[in-house]
Ligand binder design. Structure first.
Ligand code: ADP
Ligand code: MG
Length: 678
């Protein structure tokens, strides 16, 4: 048996069962071993029957007789009397007619289940039973519970894993010895054994420490290697022209915040180097990242170089094109901005391409599809990536091939992960933080509201609209279905436009609309031809309508913290007070996330809270695809993360050869393809 052996090599796993395993992504023994328990149930303590207390219990017993009968149509009961030296107890199973025949009188069994009252008498209900042995898997231990699927139970998964035990216990070490020693980590084989079949809580903790350390170590190593590689590339150097920067700033309708200044300066220093910049700017929603990006672009344009800006949606790309057009106008550089997105007519596209080819348009704005555009990008010096995290190694390679060199890369994000964590996990990035928002911003007032207070709420909102402000209404998240979301948006639109706000101008925006209609809705909102925009989460990132002051989030309990905070960032962007109403769905109770939103406006603080609420797993909503998600380590475990990061740096400093660690090498290669997110 090897890690690559098919599951059908196991006793009792035929094609039918293997097909069920395939549903959970388990096809080989290796994948089975990699399928960690979701949780554990502690049935490790054996109790004499006479001392049983209500709750989860385990007993070691013989079973006298088991009798099954139908008590009524469709309802079968099996009852058995189990006894040990101290007494006897009833075992009861519902609708498991095979039970009676499976239990052999006189044999010694372990029985684990919940001891509770049933019809005025205590019994153990629906217990797990297995023959007493040295190595029980379903009872009399800390029992692993796995994510199941139809036709595949944890019990079956345990039985399969039990058979893989000899392989697990002989698996080779994957980390360098100096690391396991220094960090006092248990061996990989020991960790995997204990992950599935721990003998104690301590063993389980040690297993998690080891496996968690390893995944963070791999991630850190991948990103550090990416950084090294990037440092060996050459970018176009971009000079800093002080007077130009001054002119630009002098024409802004506001003064830059200190943080904006600081970050721009960091970027200018980077751009003057031949080493490609790879910088992430983290700034809460509304902190003013666009102007920072525009100032970076400015210097490149001045030198006759190209700049590409990629936004996550066309809607945003269009808005950026407008904003940047406006920002560059006083310098007479607005003519260099060109929008290149899929929904342009072919005539418009041809015109844009011609302008780019002729060198008139040097600042190209679009979505990630820009990478695929057939335009000459030999002068591409700077790539700006707004609010997206899927800019991996492949995209970089495509860009490099196109440009003939590595461009400087500037990424902007409003979904910060705490800085220390970002440094650890995304080691290849330099990070700049815009921590403070422009001073004219009033903190958004956020309130949890319930459906029965709608009339009062609507009256209050109407005062805002009367005063000339505008409102976003965002519809509840409904599974993944765009269709359902669109339907729900339409319903709310009907309700508001025909009833509650029929005296106001109400617009609708959702994913199923034609691009032209989406743009029109956005444009109408910006031009104040609408008072209310009912929308799905398509407005989530970046949309900038400073006159909008009210956000009504419907079904707020369904939203993640990061997403809700993003949405809230759509309001309070101008000088007027912003309001965010978290409307609970019918019969929903306020969640911790809603309370956190109510009490804090600080994206960084919320990011930290989100980590605590989430435990292991997704990295603060930044990874749409989950390939970087940690499975064991908690992102809030700063000690472990720092240790793993330090070890990765040491691995590089020691000039260790990755090829000496084949398993590590392949994991790192996989991660390098995705970690280079910016
Ligand atoms: P985000 O960081 O979320 O992308 P934007 O760049 O869209 O934020 O900026 C939000 C709003 O704040 C815009 O209307 C922008 O013009 C304005 N803004 C940016 N910087 C400042 C500043 N220093 N003072 C006042 N307003 C600013
Ligand atoms: Mg933005």
């Amino acid at each position: 048996m090897t890690l690559d052996s098919p599951l059908t090599d196991l006793k009792g796993v035929g094609d039918a069962l293997a097909a069920k395993f395939a549903v959970i992504g388990v096809r080989t023994i290796g994948e089975l071993i990699d399928y960690y328990p979701r949780r554990y149930e502690d049935y490790s303590v054996l109790t004499p029957i006479a001392q049983l207390q209500p709750g989860a219990v385990t007993i070691s017993v013989t079973i006298k007789q088991a009798i099954g009968r139908y008590v009524r149509r469709g309802m079968h009961i099996t009852e058995a009397a189990a006894s040990d030296e101290s007494g006897s107890v009833r075992l009861i199973w519902f609708n498991q007619p095979y039970r009676a025949a499976a239990l052999k009188p006189g044999q010694q069994y372990f029985v684990s289940g919940v001891f509770e009252l049933s019809h005025q008498r205590f019994a153990i209900m629906n217990p797990s039973v297995e023959l007493a042995s040295e190595f029980p898997v379903n009872t009399a231990r800390i029992v692993p519970v796995y994510r199941e699927t139809k036709g595949l139970t944890s019990r079956q998964i345990r039985t399969a894993l039990r058979q893989a035990m000899p392989l697990i216990t002989s698996l080779p070490e994957t980390l360098p010895t100096w690391i396991t020693k220094q960090q006092k980590l248990v061996s990989r084989s020991e960790a995997l054994r204990a992950m599935h079949f721990p003998e104690s809580a301590d063993q389980l903790a040690a297993a998690k420490l080891r496996l968690g350390f390893e995944e963070v170590f791999q991630l850190s190593l991948a990103s550090l290697l990416n950084k090294q590689e990037n440092q060996h590339e050459t970018a176009l150097t971009i000079d800093f022209k002080e007077q130009l920067a001054k002119d630009f700033v002098g024409h802004l309708p506001f003064t830059l915040t200190n943080d904006q200044r600081k970050v721009i300066w960091q970027i200018y220093l980077d751009l003057q180097k031949a080493e490609p910049m790879n910088r992430l700017v983290e700034g809460d929603v509304g902190s003013g990242k666009t102007v920072v990006a525009t100032m970076a672009a400015l210097m490149a344009l001045e030198q006759g170089y190209q700049v590409a800006l990629m936004a996550p949606t066309e809607l945003l790309a269009r808005q950026h094109a407008d904003t940047i057009h406006r920002l560059l106008k006083p310098l007479g550089k607005e003519g260099q901005v060109d929008l290149l997105v899929g929904s342009l007519t072919s005539a418009q596209k041809a015109k844009a391409r011609a302008a780019i080819a002729a060198g008139q348009a040097q600042f190209i704005i679009g979505t990630q599809a820009l990478i695929q555009e057939q335009v000459d990008m030999h002068k591409l010096a700077l790539v700006i990536i707004d609010e997206q995290h899927r800019f991996g190694v492949d995209q970089r390679k495509t860009l490099m091939a196109k440009a003939g060199h590595m461009p400087h890369v500037l990424s902007l994000t409003a979904t910060p992960i705490p800085r220390s964590l970002a440094l650890t996990l995304y080691g290849e990035l330099d990070i700049s933080v815009i921590a403070t928002k422009p001073a004219n911003r009033l903190p958004i007032i956020t309130k949890i509201t319930s459906p029965n207070s709608r009339p009062q709420l609507y009256a209050k909102i109407d005062e805002q609209l009367e005063a000339g402000r505008q409102m976003f209404v965002v519809c509840p998240l409904i599974s993944e279905s765009e269709m359902l979301q669109a339907n729900s948006a339409e319903k709310i639109f009907e309700q508001l436009s025909k009833k509650d706000f029929k005296h106001r101008r109400v617009g609708l925006l959702h994913g199923k609309l034609k691009p032209a209609d989406k743009q029109q809705a956005m444009k109408d909102l910006v031009d104040h031809k609408l008072d209310i925009l009912v929308s799905t989460t398509v407005i989530e990132v970046g949309v900038d309508v400073p006159n909008a002051t009210v956000l009504l989030l419907e079904g707020a309990e369904r939203f993640g913290l990061a997403q809700a905070h993003q949405l809230r960032g759509r309001v309070g962007r101008g000088e007027h007070q912003g309001y965010c109403y978290l409307m609970m769905g019918d019969s929903a109770a306020p969640t911790k996330r809603m309370r956190a939103l109510e009490s804090s406006n600080d994206g960084f603080r919320l990011a930290e809270l989100d980590l605590e609420l989430r435990g292991p797993g997704a990295i603060y909503g930044t990874m749409q695809h989950g390939q970087l998600d940690l499975r064991v380590a908690k992102l809030s475990d700063t000690k472990l993360i720092a240790a793993a990061r330090t070890a990765a740096q040491k691995f590089i400093d020691k000039e260790e050869d990755l090829l000496h660690y084949s398993s590590l090498a392949s994991q790192v290669a996989r991660l390098r393809a995705v970690t280079n997110l910016n």
